[in-house]
Design a protein around this ligand. Sequence first.
Ligand code: F6P
Length: 368
Amino acid sequence: MSNGKRIGILTSGGDCAGLNAVIRAVVHRAVTTYNWQVVGIEEGTHGLLDRPVRHRVLLPADVDGTILRQGGTVLGTTNKGDPFAYPMPDGSKKDRSQEIISGCRELGLDALIGIGGDGSLAILRRLAQEGGLNLVGIPKTIDNDLGLTEVSVGYDTAVAVATEALDRLQPTAASHARVMVLEVMGRDAGHIALAAGIAGGADVILLPEIPWTVEGVANRIRQIRAHGRNFALVVVSEAATLPGGGKARQEFSDGQKRYGGIGGYIGHLIAEATGAETRVTVLGHVQRGGSPNPRDRLIASAFGVHAVDLIAQGRYDRMVAWSNRKVIDVPIADAIKAYAAVDVDGTLVRTARGLGIYVGEPMGEPVG
Ligand code: F6P
């Protein structure tokens, strides 16, 4: 069908809003502009482990109209099963990287576009280096912790969802004179908590990047009461450190561990320290699903088009990125290395403090 290249695309790691918008943009640019063929690989690297390799050719007609607005990924994804240490049924780990590389070769790909976070892009890059594959990366993660890009696909929608949750919690908090605790996602980075907390008018924001104390939280709530307000909103990142050290984690039946549970813990501590009635909401995967907001659709579209253009220019081992109002590209290795946690001296932390929000110690300035 195509007299040009044949490129593969896969989504890897946890899903988020905007992945389908990326797929749509890649297919359009590759097929319409360059007359290439696009092969969608199913379920991330897992599709490349199966024989026959699980894939399908994607045409503009398949991705037009609806999928720009759809949450999830039409290709499926996986955030488990590192191919270099793949968990086998007997409990052992096996290096299956060569199977994935040969899966790519079977598909006859000239280049591969991998849409992933730092973990997925690191794995894909290693596979590309070992297998001589021409890789271009597209950053996605609600955690927004990939370096060298101001934003990753999915982050903006997650912040909008968490902000809307605070908009919904505030009236019920005020009606019942309660302290509402909202636990949000963010594996190791507190970007969602900080952004949504400011946008949603939180009184307390607890992040993994900044130490905090129960007394600091309780003081802020006491101040609010002293000023005559009967409710408070607390946002906590799932990865914030517990007062005694360590993280709140949950273990699932298959043995996988994820952050989770700190909200309940904090709600209890606040009730104990202040006597306030507290309720806890854990937002969870609601932040990942659903329709992408306009900004995520724009970023995803720009990233998808630029990724295909990089292949057209023969520029590989690069990740598309957002910087200063435009799409750029950077070495994948540098983006992974420059992990982007919340800047504890940055604009948003300063803004939060300037608004009297308790964002942990050292507060420095008196509030209220
Ligand atoms: O990395 C994205 C993320 O949503 C994190 O914010 C969260 O800790 C984790 O994935 C949840 O993973 P899972 O979907 O496996 O529960």
